[in-house]
Design a protein around this ligand. Structure first.
Ligand code: GLP
Length: 266
């Protein structure tokens, strides 16, 4: 815990608030590395779920720094990324595979064959089978010790987008190929050089696998997330705001926010 941080509780979930993006990233990195080390100590290996986007970049930079200082090893770690655009080549700089390579995999000692990202090149008729096999691999690895999450401006987690399905259905969505929500496409337009160039579909882990993680660390920073964070933490659990579904596994969830992202909390 950072000296300047505060600890809150909302809907049974722990909420840690740090002053800024840097201290928030360090706190999240610390919690994740504690989980990795505990799992390795207990059963010789750790299985972790990883996220992309701008929020985790500093978390990965902290991992790389600790790795260089010989304070953190990924030798016994297996990772699964939440999502990937579809279709996309792993060599495309906008792919999440290449994001992970740039920000983490290239710089640490994770085994390349244990750093899993959905394959954005599978033929479309095999996409459902690939999504299903990704879930089976996680299960065969003993499930996720810890899942890192970000939150989209529309409340999505991974690419589980807001929808009108029943809450019961929303809690058990499988890994699958999805259409991106208009807000998600608009947010991604800068990365793709225009809205009409955004790849409109993606492979994503479903809520079922995410919510089954033994612990979940969800990170949000900046004023642009304040409203959606407040609704996810203080509003009702609803498929219209997928991050609110974390309330269903409250005991396992830790939110790590900076003051700006926490500024909408009552
Ligand atoms: C993308 C990813 C999500 C991520 C979200 C937030 O949509 N698929 O997993 O949480 O972006 O991104 P950022 O951290 O850049 O706000």
């Amino acid at each position: 815990m950072t000296p300047a941080g505060r600890v809150l509780e909302r809907a049974g979930m722990r909420v840690l608030v740090s002053p800024d993006h840097v201290s928030t990233s360090r706190l999240a990195a610390q919690r994740l590395s504690d989980r990795i080390n505990a799992a390795v100590a207990e059963r010789g290996r750790a299985v972790i779920g990883l996220a992309t986007g701008s929020t985790p970049e500093k978390i990965y930079a902290q991992f790389v720094e600790w790795h260089r200082e010989c304070r953190l090893s990924f030798r016994d770690v297996t990772s699964y990324n939440l999502d990937e655009y579809y279709p996309i080549s792993p060599l495309d700089p906008r792919s999440y595979r290449s994001y992970m390579h740039r920000n983490l995999f290239f710089h640490v000692d994770i085994a390349p064959d244990r750093a899993h990202v959905f394959d954005g090149t599978v033929p479309e008729k095999f996409a459902p089978a690939h999504a299903a096999e990704f879930e089976r691999w996680i299960a065969a690895d003993g499930g996720l010790d810890v899942q890192l999450l970000g939150i989209g401006r529309n409340g999505h987690i991974a690419f589980n987008e807001p929808s009108d399905i029943s809450d019961a259905e929303a809690l058990r969505l499988p890994a699958r190929l999805v259409e991106l929500h208009p807000v998600t496409r608009a947010t991604a337009s800068a990365d793709f050089g225009g809205l009409d160039r955004v790849i409109p579909r993606a492979l994503t882990l479903g809520t079922a696998a995410i919510l089954a993680a033994r612990s979940i660390v969800i990170v949000a920073t900046g004023f642009s997330k304040a409203d959606v964070v407040a609704r996810a933490l203080e509003g009702p659990m609803t498929a219209k705001l997928p991050a609110s579904l974390l309330q269903s596994v409250a005991d396992n969830v830790t939110w790590v926010l900076d003051e700006a992202a926490a500024s909408g909390l009552g």
